[in-house]
Design a binder for this molecule. Structure first.
Ligand code: BGC
Length: 763
């Protein structure tokens, strides 16, 4: 009892920053502090720490506070303001041991200021810009009392049918791993215990992006080599960068759900990778073990999960109910619970909450008068990052940039779409604060008469899709239709276009089409919009497509008809301004695709770094019995790494410092990059390596490095890459990570296809 009082005293003192040197609790020694605390906890209090509760608007706050004060809840998610969270922390401070709560949220691409969706961030290939987005998100989230985010999401996805492609960083292991590290460091800052940092929990561990057929929540079946080589490194990179948490995936892996997977959670994550942080289940995932068919009831599900090392149960219904009985019956051991509790407390310790439970909640008198105040946004940062993420896919006859005094027709269901601009998982972003394309273009054009607008089409005329999108209902109403018939909308647009010098059509997906559980069988722009595009094309006016979408789309026909195409993904709060910056030439586009664009759904998967095969298709020599679909052109519509600029860049042939490399040596691969156009601009020089012959089949190429480089018009620069044996290592059939002697091709290009090549021998 004495100890309890001391702890109570300690916490309340600590929260006022008066840490007496004589404090009997060893706060500065994390392990000792937690051991000491745990020695005072009852079983119920321990289990309470393992429960992560979702706070919905309908939930009775009084009851939640009572539960917290009783020590029955360890943390919440979805309560996202200081006034909401303070009473809950107060309740925790009334609990017997005064263990602080933590407050979590899905801060994925911004918190109040929404940055481009992660797939768009990846398109910038700009680590500073990506880091900037994460840092701002952390500051804003921390200022709203949040302690931890369920991000970054680093699931490699090679199947754009998967709606969550939008939430990850694309198809490539190397690029995603680099971004994973950058994001973790950005969220956590110098330390996750800083008042303006939030803890990162990387997700979804593991392989969620490889769900069969791109259908969300489906199974994953994958060879160990492919896992280790292609899919696991980004999670590992996040953990190596210090991610305090891991969210466990909803899918199964080779027959065992991740949530019950002792190999994944214990052998790989904790033993091999040395992860010491917090493992959180995904929403309701423990209960789903019953539906997966590996647990006969809730009791068995809870047992499997705790045994596998799932520390916290998200939206818990089972840990609280079943763990006491399981322990009593001897089906689980005290150490199973203790290990999990220790990790939860350690995470709270690392977030700085034992030192000050109100670290991010602050004092009531300092609460923002208006949570949504403009002054709380970081618009300049969002605009800068957004314009860096736009990818110019086509620009014939220099249709872009547009002249600022031209008469421009803006058309399409996404031209005035503040909700869609934010993309899915838009955290606390408010649609009313996002700049639409219409807004952005209006500010550039100024003269109202020079910007003609017509809606032209709805997002979709397919009732089934519409009902689905509105069922998602993030910010009601999600998709608002113009009730007029499609032909009336098109006629109106075509008529209005007659007066325009150029047409800009904002077309693609509504944000809900690229979201959790939004898998598609068809990656075309919805038909009603395609009809609009055909009608616009028929006017004979120059046609610019501004695509908004959360995944690669199949735009074969649109690529033929449009004069210019700008891929803008969902570009966030400042999207409209950023897109206008590019359309009117105030910013020269520099983004590159982090995913391959297939020609058709039938080609999927279409990732660039596929394995070599015995009968490869040879461009120009199709022949029979080579690997191809005979009914369409082989190869992607736009390759990985592709993206144009308003200027032109050329690369010289590559110079390699030697034709041999030994295990401890270095090679220098260099090219001369020249800006041969009339504008300053940036591009991404990409280094690929192919292991020509190995003990196993190796990919045709793999990205190994890149540099984003700015050159003034006419300027040139030698770009150097260093290659060492480390760049040549891979997981062999025995899962040993090593390089094998032999021939390697080195390629450098401005995309993954158009490259200059040299070879060397690893001795
Ligand atoms: C998603 C997670 C997310 C969680 C909490 C789940 O449905 O799969 O990514 O973090 O919900 O919102």
């Amino acid at each position: 009892m004495k100890k309890l009082c001391l702890l109570g005293l300690f916490v309340s003192l600590a929260s006022h920053q008066v840490l007496a040197a004589t404090t009997p609790l060893p706060l500065e020694n994390k392990d000792a502090f937690i051991t000491h605390l745990m020695s005072q906890m009852t079983l119920d209090e321990k289990i309470g720490q393992l429960r992560l509760i979702s706070i919905g608007p309908e939930m009775p706050r009084e009851l939640i506070r009572k539960e917290i004060a009783a020590g029955n809840i360890g943390g919440t998610f979805n309560s996202i303001t200081r006034p909401e969270n303070r009473p809950m922390q107060d309740a925790a401070m009334r609990s017997r041991l005064k263990i602080p709560m933590f407050f979590a949220y899905d801060v994925i691409h911004g918190h109040r200021t929404i940055f481009p969706i992660p797939l768009a961030l990846a398109s910038s290939w700009d680590m500073d810009a990506i880091g900037q987005s994460g840092r701002v998100a952390a500051k804003e989230a921390a200022a709203d009392s949040l302690d931890i985010t369920f991000a970054p999401m680093v699931d490699i996805s090679r199947d754009p049918r998967w709606g969550r492609s939008s939430e990850g960083f694309g198809e490539d292991t190397y690029l995603t791993s680099r971004i994973a590290g950058v994001m973790v460091r950005a969220y956590q800052g110098a330390t996750p215990s800083a008042a303006d940092s939030i803890m990162a929990s990387v997700k979804h561990f593991a392989l969620y992006g490889a769900v069969e057929g791109g259908r969300d929540y489906n199974t994953v079946d994958m060879s160990p080599v492919k896992m280790y080589q292609d899919y696991l490194p980004p999670y590992r990179a996040a953990i190596d960068a210090g991610a305090g948490g891991v969210m466990v995936a909803l899918n199964s892996i080779n027959g065992i759900p991740a949530t019950a997977n002792t190999w994944l959670m214990n052998d790989l994550l904790r033993k091999d990778w040395g992860f010491k942080g917090l493992a959180v289940s995904d929403h309701g995932a423990i209960f789903e073990l019953i539906k997966h068919g590996v647990a006969r009831d809730g009791r068995e599900a809870a047992k499997l999960a705790i045994k596998a090392g799932i520390d916290m149960s998200m939206n818990d219904t089972l840990y609280g109910k079943e763990l006491p009985g399981l322990l009593k019956a001897g089906e689980i051991e005290q150490k199973d619970i203790d290990n999990a509790v220790r990790e939860v407390l350690a995470a709270k310790y690392d977030m700085g909450l034992f030192k000050d439970p109100y670290l991010r909640i602050g004092k009531a008198e300092d609460d923002p008068a208006d949570t949504y105040a403009e002054s709380r946004l970081h618009r300049a940062e969002a605009r800068e990052v957004a314009r860096r993420s736009l990818v110019l896919l086509k620009n014939q006859n220099e249709t872009l940039p547009l002249k600022k005094d031209a008469k421009v027709m803006l058309v399409g269901p996404l031209a005035k779409a503040p909700i869609d601009m934010m993309g899915s998982w838009a955290a606390a972003g408010k649609p009313a604060q996002s700049v639409t394309l219409f807004d952005g273009m209006s500010s550039v054009i100024g003269d109202k008469a020079n910007l003609i607008y017509a809606r032209g089409a709805n997002i979709t005329s397919d009732k089934r899709s519409l009902d689905y999108l509105n069922f998602l209902n993030f910010d009601a109403p999600e998709v608002v239709d113009d009730p007029r018939p499609a032909n009336v909308l098109i006629d109106e647009a075509v008529k209005a276009a007659k007066d325009a010098d150029v047409i800009v059509a904002a077309v693609g997906e509504s944000r809900g089409m690229s979201h959790e559980s939004s898998s598609r069988t068809d990656l075309n722009i919805p038909e009603t919009q395609r009809e609009l595009i055909r009608a616009l094309k028929a006017t004979g006016k120059p046609l610019v497509l501004v695509l908004m979408n959360g995944r690669p789309l199949t735009i074969l026909e649109e690529n033929q008809s449009a004069d210019a195409i700008l891929e803008t993904w969902f570009s966030g709060t400042e999207g409209g301004n950023a897109i206008a910056d590019v359309l009117f030439g105030d910013y020269n586009p520099s983004g590159k695709l982090p995913v391959t664009f297939p020609r058709s759904v039938g080609q999927i998967p279409t990732y660039y770094n596929h394995l070599s095969i015995g009968r490869p298709f040879t461009p120009g020599k199709p022949g029979n019995y080579t690997s191809q679909y005979f009914d369409d052109t082989t190869g992607p519509l736009f390759p990985f790494g592709y993206g144009l600029s308003y200027t032109q860049f050329t690369l010289s042939d590559m110079a390699l410092s030697s034709t041999t490399l030994n295990a401890t040596g270095k090679l220098d691969a260099s090219v001369m990059l020249k800006n041969t156009g009339k504008r300053d601009g940036e591009t991404v020089v990409q280094l690929y390596i192919q292991d020509v012959t190995g003990s196993m089949i190796r990919p045709v190429k793999e990205l190994k490095n890149f540099q984003k480089i700015m050159l003034k018009a006419g300027e040139q620069k030698v770009v150097h890459f260093t290659i060492t044996e480390d760049d040549l290592k891979f997981y062999n059939a025995q899962l040993k990570y090593a390089a094998e002697p032999g021939k390697f091709n080195v390629q450098i290009g401005l995309d993954s296809q158009d490259v200059t090549q040299q070879s060397f021998e690893l001795l």
